[in-house]
Design a protein around this ligand. Structure first.
Ligand code: SAH
Length: 612
C-alpha cells in the first residue's frame, strides 16, 4: 500500500495510518522534507505511477486532483487498483476506485483508526449493507458478471429468496423472502443459492459456493500437471461438485516439490498444503481403499484418501485414479480454513536490498520482503529495510554468523514458512546467495531442505552504485575482486590482482580492508602501479545510499589505506579511465568505449556489431 502526501498535515495523518496498516509514504518534495518518506516532485506523475503499480493508494489531497490525474490511467472496474481520497487532516474518507476490490474494506479500516465513517458510494454497499460481488472468505461467487443487474433489480424493489446457508446474507439489509426449499422461481423474486453443486446462475440468480471440500491428491514423481487437473475435473463432474467449493489441495509432505500438485492448486485457485507421514498414517484405519504397494513406497496405505480425511469431514469421493495420479474428496459441514491444515511448501527468497536507499531497491526485492513471514539478515541490513518490515518477524544476526544465518533461513523455510534472506547490494555478489546454494548442495543436507522453493531477486551491487555516483567508470571491461582473505588464500587474491592489472580491467575492490586486515589494499595498489600510470583515477565510495555517504576520487599514487574502511568500495580505473571535476564540483569519472572513433572504418564496424 502507498500513501501520497502533499503537506505536513497530510504527512502526520499518513504516519498515523502507517503505524497501524504499514505501507510506504510518498511526499511532495517541495513542501515536505522527511527522511522516512520517498520524495517526488511531480504530483501527476507520482499519482499515475503509484496507481499503475497496482497497489492500493491512499492519496491525502483533494479528490479533484486525483480524478484529473488518474482519468487517463483507468482501465476497468475489475482491474483498477483501490484508490482512496483522504482529507489531509483525516476528516473525510472517500473510496474513489476499486471499492469492491479492497477499497471499501480499506476505507473502513482507515475509518476505524480515524474514528470516522467512510463515504462509501458503491450502491449495494450503502443500501443493502453487503457487497454481493465480494463475499466473505470461504465463499465464492460463480457468476460475478450478473451482480450488476441483480443489484439493479434489488434497487427497483425486487425481493430475494435465499436457499442455503449464508449468515452474511441473512444478516444484511437485502429484502428477503423466506421460501424454504422452494427457491421461488415462479414468484418473480430474485434468487441466491448457496451450494457445492455446479450451477449456472443468471442475472436473476446468483450462485455462491462455500469452500467446504478438501481435495486429497497423490501422484508419481514428475507426473504431468495436465493429467492431475484432468483427473480432478473429471472427478468433480462425476460427483456433481463445483470446483469453486474446493478449499485446498492436500497431500504428503514428500510431494511438496511436485510441480503437478502446484499446477493443479493454481488451476483451481486453492492453496496446496502438505501433511507429515504420521498425520496421514493416523487415518490408515479409515481408508476405504488401502494399498500395500503405496504403503511400501511412501509409508502410508493411501495418500489421496488419507490427506482428504486428515482435514476432517466425511469422505464423499473415494480414491479415483488416472495413470499416474489419484484423488479423493472429503466434505466438512463448515467452511474449511485451508491454511489451518498441514503446511505450505516452504519458500526462501534470497533478496538483494541494494546499497541502502529505498529507491535503489528493485520492485521484485521489495515484493519478496513484503510477502515473507520471516526476514533473516545481518542486523544493519534489517535496519535499512525498516520501512518494509513493519511488525514482521525479523531474525537479526551479527557479522560472522553467515553459515548459521543461512542454515536458519533454510530450516525455517523447510518448516513451511515464507522466508526472505536479505543481503546488501546483490545477494549473489560476495553475499549469502552462493552460500545458500552450497548448503543445499551438501551431501549431508537434510532431505526436506531441497523441497523448498527458491526465488532470487536481483539488487544493485555496491560497484554499480559507486559507478553511478561518479559517472561511468564501468563503461568498458571490468572485474570485481574481494580482498577478504578469510575464505580465499592471499596468494590467490594477489594472483588475480596481478592478472586484472595486466589485462587492464577497471577493478572494483569489495571488502578492501577489515578490522584485522589492512595491508592487502596497499599491496594491491603497489602491484597496480607497476602496470598503470600514477594518475590512474581511483574512486572511494563509502556508505553508498546511506546517511553518511561519501564519494571521492584521486590518483592511484595517492590512494591511502587509512582513507578506506569496511564500508567502502574501491574502484581503480583502467589506463583509459578519465576523471575530471565538472563546473559544479561533481566528479565525472568514465571509461570510454571508443565511440569517439565513430566515423572511421573501425567505428562503423563497431556500431554494426552493437546493433546486431
Ligand atoms: N552483496 C554486496 C557486497 C557485500 S561484500 C553487494 O553486492 O554490494 C561487502 C563489501 O561491499 C563492503 O566491504 C564494501 O566494499 C561493499 N559495499 C557494500 N555495501 C556498500 C555501500 N553501501 N557502500 C559502499 N560499499 C559497500
Amino acid at each position: 500500500m502507498n500513501y501520497l502526501v502533499l503537506s505536513t498535515t497530510g504527512l502526520a495523518t499518513a504516519q498515523r495510518l502507517q503505524r497501524e496498516l504499514g505501507g510506504v509514504i510518498h511526499a511532495y518534495s517541495k513542501r515536505v522534507q522527511d527522511s522516512d518518506t520517498r520524495p517526488f516532485d511531480n504530483v501527476g506523475a507520482a499519482l499515475g505511477d503509484l496507481f499503475n503499480s497496482g497497489k492500493p493508494l491512499v492519496a491525502l489531497c483533494a479528490a479533484g486532483i486525483i480524478i484529473r490525474h488518474l482519468a487517463p490511467h483507468l482501465t476497468g472496474k475489475n482491474t483498477d487498483a483501490p484508490v482512496i481520497a483522504l482529507a489531509e487532516d483525516g476528516t473525510a474518507i472517500v473510496p474513489l476506485l476499486g471499492g469492491h476490490h479492497g477499497g471499501n474494506v480499506l476505507a473502513r479500516n482507515i475509518g476505524d483508526i480515524l474514528n470516522l465513517a467512510p463515504a462509501i458510494t458503491t450502491a449495494s454497499d450503502t443500501i443493502f449493507d453487503v457487497a454481493l460481488d465480494e463475499p466473505p472468505q470461504g465463499c465464492r461467487l460463480a457468476n460475478p458478471g450478473d451482480v450488476k443487474s441483480f443489484v439493479a433489480a434489488m434497487r427497483d424493489g425486487a425481493v430475494v429468496a435465499v436457499a442455503g446457508e449464508a449468515d452474511w446474507l441473512t444478516s444484511s439489509n437485502i429484502p428477503q423472502v423466506d421460501t424454504g426449499a422452494d427457491t421461488g422461481a415462479d414468484t418473480g423474486t430474485l434468487r441466491i443459492t448457496i451450494t457445492d453443486e455446479p450451477m449456472a446462475g443468471d442475472e436473476q440468480h446468483l450462485i455462491y459456493h462455500r469452500q467446504n471440500l478438501a481435495l486429497g491428491v497423490g501422484c508419481e514423481r514428475r507426473a504431468g500437471g495436465g493429467e492431475v487437473i484432468a483427473l480432478i475435473s473429471h472427478t468433480l463432474e462425476e460427483a456433481n461438485l463445483s470446483p469453486l467449493s474446493l478449499a485446498g489441495l492436500y497431500s504428503l509432505n514428500l510431494k511438496e516439490d511436485e510441480a503437478a500438485l502446484h499446477e493443479a492448486a493454481a488451476h483451481f485457485d486453492i492453496p496446496a498444503r502438505f501433511f507429515d507421514l504420521a498425520t496421514l498414517q493416523a487415518q490408515e484405519d479409515y481408508l476405504p481403499n488401502p494399498s500395500d504397494i503405496v504403503k511400501a513406497e511412501v509409508g502410508v496405505a493411501g495418500v489421496a484418501e488419507a490427506a482428504a480425511l486428515a482435514v476432517g469431514g466425511q469422505l464423499v469421493v473415494e480414491k479415483q485414479k488416472s495413470k499416474r495420479s489419484t484423488c479423493a474428496i472429503s466434505r466438512s459441514d463448515a467452511i474449511i480454513d485451508a491454511e489451518a491444515h498441514g503446511q505450505a511448501r516452504g519458500h526462501l527468497s534470497i533478496v538483494g536490498i541494494g546499497p541502502g536507499r529505498a529507491d535503489w531497491r528493485t520492485g521484485a526485492a521489495e515484493a519478496a520482503i513484503r510477502h515473507a513471514d520471516i526476514i533473516v539478515g545481518y542486523s544493519l541490513y534489517l535496519e535499512l529495510i525498516a520501512d518494509l518490515v513493519n511488525d514482521k518477524d525479523c531474525r537479526a544476526y551479527n557479522l560472522g554468523e553467515e553459515e548459521t544465518r543461512v542454515a536458519a533461513a533454510i530450516e525455517l523455510a523447510a518448516s513451511g514458512k515464507n522466508v526472505a534472506l536479505v543481503s546488501s547490494g546483490d545477494a549473489g555478489v560476495f553475499a549469502m546467495g552462493a552460500l545458500a546454494h552450497e548448503l543445499l548442495d551438501r551431501d549431508d543436507a537434510p532431505v526436506h531442505w531441497d523441497r523448498i522453493s527458491l526465488e532470487l531477486s536481483p539488487g544493485i551491487s555496491a560497484m554499480q552504485a559507486a559507478a553511478m555516483r561518479v559517472g561511468a567508470p564501468l563503461g568498458h571491461d571490468f572485474c570485481a575482486i574481494s580482498l577478504s582473505d578469510l575464505l580465499t588464500p592471499r596468494e590467490v587474491i594477489l594472483k588475480r590482482v596481478v592478472a586484472a592489472a595486466s589485462a587492464d580491467f577497471v577493478i572494483a575492490f569489495y571488502n578492501p580492508v577489515s578490522k584485522r586486515r589492512r595491508d592487502l589494499l596497499g599491496i594491491a595498489r603497489d602491484l597496480l602501479l607497476r602496470h598503470r600510470p600514477e594518475d590512474t583515477p581511483v574512486v572511494l565510495a563509502r556508505n553508498l545510499g546511506r546517511a553518511d555517504e561519501n564519494v571521492t576520487a584521486m590518483p592511484l599514487s595517492q590512494l591511502q589505506v587509512d582513507d578506506v574502511d569496511m564500508l567502502t568500495l574501491v574502484m581503480i580505473g583502467s589506463s583509459e579511465t578519465r576523471a575530471r571535476k565538472r563546473g559544479d564540483g561533481t566528479w565525472s569519472v568514465y571509461t570510454p568505449r571508443g565511440y569517439a572513433a565513430k566515423g572511421t572504418e573501425l567505428g562503423t564496424e563497431l556500431s554494426k556489431e552493437e546493433q546486431a
